[in-house]
Ligand binder design. Structure first.
Ligand code: AMP
Length: 275
């Protein structure tokens, strides 16, 4: 695996990247599953590790974001990634143009997580827009764990007419169902046990849907459950999984964001697809 610390060096190599996997490091098996998935498309895979300060609503969250570069490099070497890009902010800004904020798809970026994290998705759009200009990949591979991000980046590709194919990869969980996340490192063992209830609530929602319980009843019931829980619900909702707009009759996804202690976790589950 070749490591690039400078964008100039990366550009000078005139590489043709097939699959690009953006990450913020502190890699875990969820990230590794993306590399594994990418191998189905190509053995020319570029992973980036870059913690984008602008997408953090709280400065202290950015500062405390877990970093483990040496471990990340070892994991990526073993995974079969071809290139690793470790860029610096000034370098990225020098070699790319910003996203035109007038084009922000606010219907998507100011809803759900965006409602609670103003500016977050605009910053995500901006950094991916910059990476797309620099890397020019054929495919970009993102995890379904950050489902709204997936839909937002799909929109970025359309807005800017990028000829990039977006591939999504399923959520990897620990054996108790907790979705793997770099933020889990901040949870105590006790909090990790509590956090399992997030996935349990999604499974319950799916089961209720399969038992023909109306969607508004499901949403009320999940809220009732969390009212009595140490987990603080930010939102729980059921949406169209293609558009993230209010539910329709075919593709449905339940989405949740919740706090365990000070740690904000997100998760989701497909309730119904492709009818
Ligand atoms: P991050 O480093 O958190 O920005 O995540 C980088 C990529 O890994 C994103 O596309 C995430 O959706 C994906 N990802 C993070 N956690 C998981 C997981 N548990 N399963 C699958 N993909 C994940």
């Amino acid at each position: 695996m070749k490591i690039f610390y400078s964008i100039k060096d990366f550009i000078d190599h005139k590489l043709e990247i097939n699959v690009f996997i953006p990450t913020m490091g502190n890699l875990h098996n969820g990230h590794m599953s993306l590399v594994e998935h990418a191998k189905k498309y190509s053995d020319n895979i570029c992973v980036s590790v870059y913690v984008n300060e602008d997408q953090f609503t709280e400065k202290k969250d950015f500062e405390s974001y877990p970093k483990s570069l040496e471990k990340d490099i070892n994991m990526l070497k073993k995974s079969g990634a071809t290139y690793l890009l470790l860029p610096k902010k000034d370098d990225i800004n020098f070699f790319s143009k910003p996203f035109d904020i007038k084009l922000e798809p606010k219907n998507l970026t100011s809803d759900l997580c965006g409602k609670h994290r103003p500016g977050h998705f605009l910053a995500v759009i901006d950094i991916l827009h910059r990476f797309f200009q620099i890397i020019n990949p054929k495919h970009v591979l993102l995890g379904e764990k950050d489902f709204q991000q997936l839909i937002v980046i799909n929109e970025l590709i359309k807005i800017c007419n990028y000829e990039i194919n977006l591939i999504s990869s399923p959520i990897i969980r620990d054996i108790k169902g907790l979705a793997l996340s770099s933020r889990n490192n901040h949870l105590s063992e006790k909090e990790k046990i509590i956090a399992r209830d997030i996935y349990k609530s999604l499974l319950l929602a799916k089961q209720m849907f399969n038992n023909n319980i109306p969607i508004n009843e499901i949403i009320k019931e999940i809220h009732r459950i969390f009212d009595k829980s140490p987990i603080k619900l930010e939102y729980f909702t059921i949406r169209d999984s293609k558009t993230l707009q209010e539910r329709n009759d075919s593709d449905l996804i339940a989405l949740i964001a919740a706090y365990v202690g000070n740690i904000r976790l997100i998760d989701n589950i497909f309730i119904r697809s492709g009818t």
